[in-house]
Design a protein around this ligand. Structure first.
Ligand code: NAI
Length: 466
């Protein structure tokens, strides 16, 4: 058994963990990063990255099949070689995995492969097969991530009842796919398989799709995605499932009525739960909150001195960029600096086409919080660049405080909304107002002008809206 001494040991190499390891190394701390699976965690291996590779490939197919002719581009005999699509996706993942290894090691961090188990608040055992390595460190950062939630009546079998882990790697296109949950995972993977030819039915418990976004964005998104062929049952609770010949039949309840949905494969996308088991957290007495997440204070400290936690395993949105920012902040705090995360200004994106993106609060959330707001809107169909590029489906909505004009939220449904939202994030980070946004010069022609126009509309001065 070998023993190593570190200043910081990070358990889990997802976006939270590997970024924490890099920042800690940059700050001169001797750092180890532990990973029991593949470097990069859920996001890189079975989440954000592979899904974006598939979304991009299938968007190009969609363009070739449905849009190209309008531009005078003629394709004949279009077909999709799914094995090549998957191979490309795997290459993308492998490239980035190598990138994580290079970044961590070149910045001075050490990588240990194996299951990290906390034995004492300053001792971790790394198990790999029969081999055990002991690491000691004054500081341990738990960044063990999350796993898909399972429905009790619909256990995962990896073939007909699947989570996103498998739905990014089918070897053939399912004829009928049922998707439970119309949030990020549900909508992104529905788009992929619908573009490849599946009949996709999405069932959502809440009355709207993409429920965390503003009502206006949700309504328009539903209309747009229906036109793309997705079938939605909102306000519908899946209550059971049975096998019928070679199909699965889901039973659900919608407005007091029974609904039955037949499918070859069911993707369950009803959220994720924190990974707190098998890491020795219980044995050292780390406290969890009422939702099973590791309880931390404002400095990411657990109740056990020297043990910190970040990312999906603690409270807050389960987003890669939130985990990354926490990774930077916790490393800085350990190094004696003032690490900080601004939780009010975290962008949220669903990578459909058009994409849905937001920062801050929706109009409904403002009302729930008792904040009086003013709003402005702009429809992409009136934007010159959108018309020239054939991407006119979409809407921008700006939400500002009625008294101070402070920008409280921006919601976008648009092609490339993931990129467009960045400027609004910056405005909000600096405490900008709707007026600041309205007076900022945006390049013409560009989709970003829609955001300026929505800000102008806050007090009815839109130039390009009717
Ligand atoms: P989610 O928690 O965002 O949404 C789950 C949805 O399932 C909710 O709308 C909920 O109302 C619905 N639901 C729950 N039980 C149901 C039932 N029995 N019948 C019908 N509907 C039901 O979960 P999701 O999409 O699985 O994502 C998990 C996490 O991963 C989220 O925190 C998400 O933000 C993150 N993620 C982020 C991505 C991105 O940033 N683009 C991509 C993928 C995941």
């Amino acid at each position: 058994m070998r023993e190593h001494v570190f200043d910081v040991v990070v358990i889990g190499s997802g976006p939270g963990g590997y970024v924490a390891a890099i920042r800690a190394s940059q700050l001169g701390l001797k750092t180890a990063l532990l990973e029991k699976g593949e470097l990069g965690g859920t996001c890189l291996n079975v989440g954000c990255i592979p899904s974006k590779a598939l979304l991009h490939s299938t968007e190009m197919l969609h363009f070739a099949e449905k849009k190209a002719a309008n531009h005078g581009i003629q394709f004949s005999g279009i077909s999709m070689d799914l094995s090549q699509t998957m191979k490309r996706k795997d290459t993308v993942v492998e490239t980035l995995r190598k990138g994580v290894r290079a970044l961590v090691t070149k910045k001075g961090g050490s990588i240990f492969e194996g299951l990290g188990i906390i034995q004492n608040p300053d001792t971790i055992v790394v198990k790999k097969g029969e081999e055990e390595t002991i690491l000691t460190a004054k500081n341990i950062i738990v960044a063990t991530g999350s796993t898909p939630i399972e429905l009790s009546f619909l256990p995962y079998d990896g073939k007909t009842v699947v989570s996103s882990d498998q739905a990014i790697a089918f070897d053939s296109v399912p004829a009928e796919l049922a998707v439970i949950g119309a949030s990020a995972i549900g909508l992104e993977l529905s788009s992929v398989w619908a573009r490849l030819g599946s009949k996709v039915t999405v069932i959502e418990y809440l009355p709207k799709i993409a429920p965390s976004f503003d009502d206006d964005i949700c309504k328009l998104s539903e209309r747009v995605f229906k036109r793309q062929g997705l079938i939605f049952h909102t306000g519908t609770k899946v209550t059971g499932a049975e096998s019928k010949r070679d199909k699965l039949v889901l039973t659900a309840e919608k407005n007091g009525k029974d609904v039955r949905i037949e499918a070859d494969i069911v993707l369950v996308a009803v959220g994720r739960k924190p990974n707190t088991k098998n890491t020795g957290l219980e044995s050292v007495g780390v406290k969890l909150d009422d939702k099973g997440r590791i309880q931390i204070d404002q400095h990411f400290k657990t109740n056990i001195p020297g043990i910190y936690a970040i990312g999906d395993v603690v409270a807050g949105p389960m987003l890669a960029h939130k985990a990354e920012e926490e990774g930077v902040a916790v490393a800085e705090i350990i190094a004696g600096k003032a690490g900080h995360v601004n939780y009010e200004v975290i962008p949220n994106v669903i990578y459909t086409d058009p994409e849905i993106a937001s920062v801050g609060i929706s109009e409904q959330e403002a009302k729930e919080q008792g904040i009086e707001v003013v709003t402005g809107k702009f429809n992409l169909s009136a934007n010159g660049r959108a018309i020239a590029s054939d991407v006119t489906e979409g809407l921008v909505k700006v939400i500002a405080d009625a008294k101070t004009d402070k920008l409280l939220g921006v919601q976008i449904l648009a092609h490339n909304a993931s990129e467009l939202i960045a400027a609004s994030v910056t405005h909000m980070e600096y405490g900008g107002s709707a007026e600041d946004l309205a007076r900022t010069i945006h390049a013409h022609p560009s989709l970003s002008e829609s955001i300026k126009e929505a800000a102008l509309d806050v007090d009815g001065r839109g130039i390009h809206s009717l």
